[in-house]
Design a protein around this ligand. Sequence first.
Ligand SMILES: NC(=O)c1ccc[n+]([C@@H]2O[C@H](COP(=O)([O-])OP(=O)(O)OC[C@H]3O[C@@H](n4cnc5c(N)ncnc54)[C@H](O)[C@@H]3O)[C@@H](O)[C@H]2O)c1
Length: 246
Amino acid sequence: MLSGRVAFITGASRGIGRAIARTLSKAGTDIAGIDLNLDELKSAMKMIEDDTGRKAIAVQADVADPASVAKGVEEAIKVLGRIDILVNNAGITRDNILLRMKDEEWDRVIKINLTGTFNCTKAVIKGMVKNRSGRIISIASVVGAMGNVGQANYAASKAGIIGFTKSIAREYANRGITANAIAPGFIETHMTKALSEEVRDVLIKHIPMGRLGMPEDVAHVVEFLASDEAVYITGQVIHVNGGMYM
Ligand SMILES: NC(=O)c1ccc[n+]([C@@H]2O[C@H](COP(=O)([O-])OP(=O)(O)OC[C@H]3O[C@@H](n4cnc5c(N)ncnc54)[C@H](O)[C@@H]3O)[C@@H](O)[C@H]2O)c1
């Protein structure tokens, strides 16, 4: 379905990012996986290459650092020729109630989640405009729509991604570029492993489907948004949450 395309995926060494890389690779895409953690990233990309036979390169970069992102984009284009699909997936949490939230906890989350999305999108958009085609898919969160106790920084960063996505969608709609966000609910990854059994049980009570989502549940939506079939969808937020927010 996506044969011959190239995807630049941030936070690709594990969790949702790795599932997106594998799913797009299975659909025929060559992958530039981006992460801070080079060892884990290399082994994830190697497994994907072995599995699908498509190219999957590991590029170490920090999405919070524009110079590092520019270098990563340059390397990806040098090896894979172009970037058709950008997936802004790298993200972190630093939870705390507002009364106790440290400036560094606020700054770090905004810098990686929101500014990282800006840095990567800015770095690839010129090539997409030149090609008159492109797909920008950013991973927001249900928390960006609902808010969450202890996550003012994270919720603000994810709501920011949604506003950013809608603006980019408007700016580049007439250049063949779409920009959409996906807002996952709670997904089984390293990020949610940190939750206690107690918090997990309460969470599940609020999910009509009665379980957390799997990384692949998000990856399949990325695959669709990256496809030709999704050409008329832009500026949207697709919720993938088992019904916890409607
Ligand atoms: N897991 C969930 O329940 C959930 C729910 C909603 C949204 N999300 C979002 O999905 C995305 C992926 O989450 P996940 O659960 O797979 O998390 P994860 O912690 O398992 O993976 C995140 C990846 O991003 C990488 N990363 C972190 N900072 C980076 C930086 N500065 N530069 C490059 N890479 C960096 C990490 O090394 C890691 O490999 C995040 O944006 C997260 O906010 C997750």
